[in-house]
Design a binder for this molecule. Sequence first.
Ligand code: LER
Ligand code: MN
Length: 285
Amino acid sequence: MSQQCPGALSDGLGMRLAVTAAENAGPKAPILLRGDLGAATKTARAIGYQGIEVHVPNIWEFDVPAFKASCDAAGVAVSALVSGQLFVRKGLSIAHDDPAIVEKAIEGLKLFIDGAAVLSTGVVVGWVRGQVGDEREIKLAKQAESLQKVGRYAATKKVPLYIEAINRYELDSLNTAREIVDFIHTYDIPSTYVHLDTFHMNIDEHRPSKAIREVETLLGYVHVAENTRWYPGHDRLDFDEVFAALEDIGYDGFVSVECLPYPTGEEAARRAYEWLTYRYFYPKG
Ligand code: LER
Ligand code: MN
């Protein structure tokens, strides 16, 4: 753990709300603001969000300066860049059997880090880890080897990486907070933190509050959605427990609304913001 860098977003501003955005996304993807990213930054700010999280479809073509200009003009921070589309759209993963694919995945993650450095944000590492299948130990070691390279690069740029605990039906490793904490410690991966998502925790954690407390200072990023993955406040997930635990550990980063775009993306973003602000945040205008 010697090489950990402080989270770039642990800046004493306290917990803040962000919303997911992407230029294009499938109808069932948990992305709320869709279409032009410049317009998305304005919508996010108009609703009240302080941050915007971008799922980048093709990092090789992502216009970072243009996006930064939009964010600066709208007055929103970038809460994270999400790298999942490296896997979903390009089939790249960091523990693939083909070394050329691993190399390309690492190249993509380094470009994410370059963009994140300009945008003063972090990079979510989820699906790009790929499936481990029957070769669990071998593949986990391979993931770690790739992440050590990526993490060393991230540390030079002071960019935090957020390893997301994703439920077992989507990915077959690192499904829980405990597994990721152990993974980071075992392999001493630089500049790397745990990313928890209430939707995934509802499937794979015994108690979300216990998971949050186990991670403590390694918690870098949080996604919120209901047990159904609808917007927070719609269903029956115990957000009081989640926010009490986040307060307890002194979590000082973004809580990003990553939920299904129902009834519409914008409406879900608005309802989530109003409900979460009313219950857990003072209005921040
Ligand atoms: C990404 O943040 C995530 O939570 C995955 O389930 C992909 O949607
Ligand atoms: Mn998530």
